[in-house]
Design a protein around this ligand. Structure first.
Ligand code: ATP
Length: 319
């Protein structure tokens, strides 16, 4: 192909810029025209499409967020919206598309692909690490390190005051962020949507351990497992121990991407660009066991990634 486009969609994640940069520079290296679609699928519908050059992506590899902007678009969920988006792409002579986003964005991409018209390649860009078929998603490593930093700081204050600290982290459907940061941060309990827990039992154990002299406890809660504030209130009431809640919120999305996110996003960006330029379609590139893999786009969006039960088990053993 001679002209491709790239967009970021869904929640922003650190490393999206590194991936976009790699797509743009690879296309430029190959002598292929490359366009940036601003503000996700909504920008595709509203024709916010501009040509990019190698220079357009200077000074972005170290930045979190996405310089292309991102959006959630209800119009794109309709077939009329997707048809309009496709027409806009064609009006610029765009022949192929790279989509960087989470599960929802890739689902949108698979529906766009069903309309025909051009090759589509996806990259998993989400802090949740919940895209099926790949161990890795762009931004998850940075986000988990951001959470770990917060846990470390909260631990200092928790131990000084003999408190229980409940930390609510992102993950509506996926407990990956909670599980990884909780294990790495030495949390006593990690509550995730994928595994049942008994709050009464937890409260009994907490009380016992405080009676035995424990100074503090860290409990990490994925937002999909329950509301952190509510859980904190219940723990405080049931144990009688001073309990504080910290909802980390959007701070988890921001920040300069880690080495892993910059490197892997760059590798995946190049692969995506080369694939779409050569006409490959309906694949998502990711990593498994440290190696780049290509996954069928429809398989990726039609399956649900599960949390490794070994991690759930390990968390229980170590707590
Ligand atoms: P994150 O993991 O950060 O939440 P995401 O890509 O999963 O990212 P979503 O909000 O689910 O985020 O999806 C982003 C956009 O993709 C939506 O606003 C919508 O335009 C499009 N999209 C999502 N699901 C669908 C769908 N089933 N059909 C068509 N378009 C969709």
């Amino acid at each position: 192909l001679k002209s491709i486009a790239v967009l970021t969609s869904g929640g922003d994640s650190p490393g999206m810029n590194a991936a976009t940069r790699a797509v743009v520079r690879t296309a430029a290296f190959e002598g292929v025209k490359v366009w940036g679609i601003y503000n996700g699928y909504q920008g595709m519908i509203d024709d916010e499409i501009h040509e990019l050059t190698s220079r357009s992506v200077s000074d972005v590899i170290q930045r979190g967020g996405t310089f292309l902007g991102t959006a959630r678009s209800d119009e794109f969920r309709t077939e009329a919206g997707r048809k309009k988006a496709l027409e806009n792409l064609k009006s610029h002579g765009i022949e192929g598309l790279v989509i960087i986003g989470g599960d929802g964005s890739l689902t949108g991409g698979s529906l766009l692909s069903k309309l025909g018209g051009m090759p589509i390649v996806g990259l998993p860009g989400t802090i949740d690490n919940d895209v099926w078929g790949t161990d890795y998603t762009i931004g998850a490593d940075t986000a988990v390190n951001t959470i770990l930093d917060a846990i470390n700081k909260l631990r200092d204050t928790a131990s000084s005051h003999r408190r229980i600290i409940v930390i609510e982290v992102m993950g509506r459907k996926s407990g990956w962020l909670a599980m990884m940061s909780g294990i790495a941060g030495g949390a006593e309990y990690i509550l995730v949507p994928e595994a049942k827990f008994d709050l009464d039992q937890i409260c009994r154990e907490l009380k016992e351990s405080y009676t035995d002299g424990r100074r503090y406890s860290i409990i990490v809660v994925a937002e999909g497992a329950g509301n952190g504030i509510e859980i904190g209130k219940q723990i405080g009431a049931k144990t009688g121990i001073d309990t504080r809640v910290s909802v980390l919120g959007h701070i988890q999305r921001g920040g300069s991407p880690s080495v892993e996110d910059r490197l892997k996003a760059s590798i995946l960006g190049e692969r995506a660009a080369l694939a779409v330029i050569s006409g490959v379609s309906n694949v998502v590139f990711g990593f498994n066991s440290g190696k780049v893999v290509s996954i069928d786009l429809f398989d990726s969006v039609n399956n649900t990634k599960t949390l490794d039960p070994e991690l759930v088990r390990l968390a229980r053993v170590l707590a």
